[in-house]
Design a protein around this ligand. Structure first.
Ligand SMILES: [Mn+2]
Length: 348
């Protein structure tokens, strides 16, 4: 039996609002979901589990109809849905009352319920959010029962305000596989047993690294699960090492080449480190426009030769200042450089 475990699709989200690529990202999310449906069809996936937050917020009827249309195109795949904390079942959420395509099962109850798929020899357990937060853990007493070979739990949350379950509890409950949702970073807690599929596409600029879904094969009573990368883009850290020789134009060239090598479609957190020539100031706004950059930070510091400066300014306020902070690390070192820059600037 082949299964895809996904969660946190967040249809309707518009990442990086205010940036030129924001609309495109919103479309990417829909396209990525559509692509996942095609994968189900092409690879004859038996079971598609969506462990909460299929929608970014309580969905419009129109959005439900679009999603259901896609599910209709994979009649040989059983789809199981639960509502997460973003698309929770408040009044006016049509998910629960909607007459979904016959291959779709919604586990809409507040407490864990079981759905059986006899032709797959499988039972799926799960429940839905009816409020934005759920401080009680509804999966606490969930355990497999009945004579199916495969027992799968779908669970959304895992932090203090969202079904605070523990990995150990889940591992001990006896399920064949536990499909988690809510945390956007893909994480395998327990090899072939418990994992967060992560968001299908990164939703927020802090969703760093690769995204995709879990592909799970059930065989001989066991699950074999692996992460498959499928997202259109990634948020990445782009660290540029600055030296005394670095100029604005050389740095621009360096950044362009790196973005070209890593992918123009990715979105970058640009960070300058190292030592810049004293007096050098980089135009961060221009640097940020060389690619899709969400955050640009200059963490470099001026390349002061402290010994030389000390000789030059010994007996003055600047000299005393250098002596006081020399050999410092971390925040203190940073303070030394800021202070020194100000003092030298005043001197000039
Ligand atoms: Mn969530």
């Amino acid at each position: 039996m082949k299964m895809i475990h996904t969660a946190d699709i967040h249809l309707g989200a518009e990442p990086d609002v205010g940036y030129p690529w924001s609309k495109e990202r919103a479309e990417d999310i829909w396209n990525s979901f559509r692509h996942l449906i095609q994968v189900c069809k092409k690879e004859k996936v038996d079971l598609l589990l969506i462990a909460g937050d299929l929608f970014h917020r309580v969905p419009l009827l129109r959005e439900i109809r679009e999603v259901d249309y896609l599910f209709q195109t994979i009649p040989d795949t059983q789809v199981v849905l639960t509502a997460g904390n973003h698309d929770y079942l408040r009044k006016g959420n049509y998910c629960e009352g909607y007459s979904w395509s016959t291959n779709v099962t919604g586990l809409w109850q507040k407490s864990c319920q079981k759905a059986v798929f006899p032709e797959l020899d499988t039972a799926v357990y799960g429940c839905s959010y009816h409020t934005q937060e759920m401080k009680e853990n509804p999966y606490k007493n969930a355990h497999p029962f009945g004579d199916q070979t495969y027992h799968i739990l779908m669970a959304h949350g895992g932090d203090e305000k969202h079904a605070p379950f523990s990995q150990r509890e889940l591992a001990a409950a006896g399920f064949t596989y536990v499909a988690l949702g809510h945390i956007h970073k893909p994480q395998i807690f327990c090899e072939n047993l418990i994992s967060y599929a992560g968001a299908l596409e990164p939703i927020d600029c802090n969703d760093m690294g690769p995204h995709g879904y879990m592909f799970v094969e059930m065989k001989g009573g066991k699950a074999a699960a692996r992460f498959r990368k499928s997202a259109v883009c990634e948020y990445r850290l782009l660290e540029e090492k600055i030296t005394e020789e670095t100029t604005q134009l050389s740095l621009e060239q360096q950044i362009k080449e790196q973005i070209h090598a890593e992918g123009e479609n990715n979105i970058y957190h640009l960070r300058l480190t190292g030592e810049r020539a004293p007096g050098m100031e980089f135009d961060l706004v221009s640097l940020g426009k060389l690619g899709r950059c969400v955050r640009t930070r200059d963490l470099s510091h001026p390349a002061y030769h402290l010994e030389e400066l000390l000789e030059m300014y010994d007996g003055t306020l600047i000299g005393a200042y250098i002596r006081r902070l020399q050999g410092s690390e971390g925040v203190e070192k940073k303070a030394l450089y800021y202070g020194l820059e100000a003092l030298l600037e005043a001197k000039r």
